[in-house]
Design a protein around this ligand. Sequence first.
Ligand code: SAM
Length: 212
Amino acid sequence: MSKRLDRLAELVPNCRLLADVGCDHGYVGIRCLQSGKAEQVVFIDVSEPSLRKARLNCPDELYPRASFLRQDGLGEVAADCAVIAGMGGLEIISILQRATPPKQLVLQPNRNATEVRTFLSQRYAFVYDGMLRDGKYYNMILAELCESPAELTKLQLAFGVTNLSAPNRDFRKYLAEERAKLTKILDNCDDARVRAKLALVQSAIAVVGGTI
Ligand SMILES: C[S@@+](CC[C@H](N)C(=O)[O-])C[C@H]1O[C@@H](n2cnc3c(N)ncnc32)[C@H](O)[C@@H]1O
């Protein structure tokens, strides 16, 4: 498994029923069955060829604890935890809008992480929201349903609570690369949106401190 998939499986808390939504190969759900983190896993994918991969990859001895559903999103499944990873943030939001909210969520949006955080922050508390570099940079989120979640700052919505409170090496690298990339763009053309993005990155750098 890739570092990204390893980390996703690590973030999954112990649960009775885990939904691996958009499972494709199914590696995260399979790992959670193997480790015993999940008593049962429902593998969900909107695409039959993708779901077939999960079925084929799932070892025979795990079949009694696994089920496979071809459907769009979480639907009526009452999972206590859902992992939704490797798809766009807007698709993740759409899936969650149409579902009974699971107690815990492990999310890895490929894009629009700020929108995902904004949506989540209405009902969920962020247990972990950090960055992982595995070829590319990935935002990895573990969130827990909460009655009165804390309001996030603009910087937390943009970068993630854990990244700002306990920045790891990958996040520091990400900030340095973003700063260099945005500065280079501004050297060639002045653009208000790029300037605003660079200002946000500079603010994050000021918060995390140390050598970037
Ligand atoms: C790039 S794969 C990611 C697989 C795995 N979750 C990972 O992180 O490596 C995205 C998968 O999500 C599935 N998918 C996309 N939108 C979906 C939806 N609304 N409901 C269920 N599956 C969906 C696709 O068919 C595809 O198999």
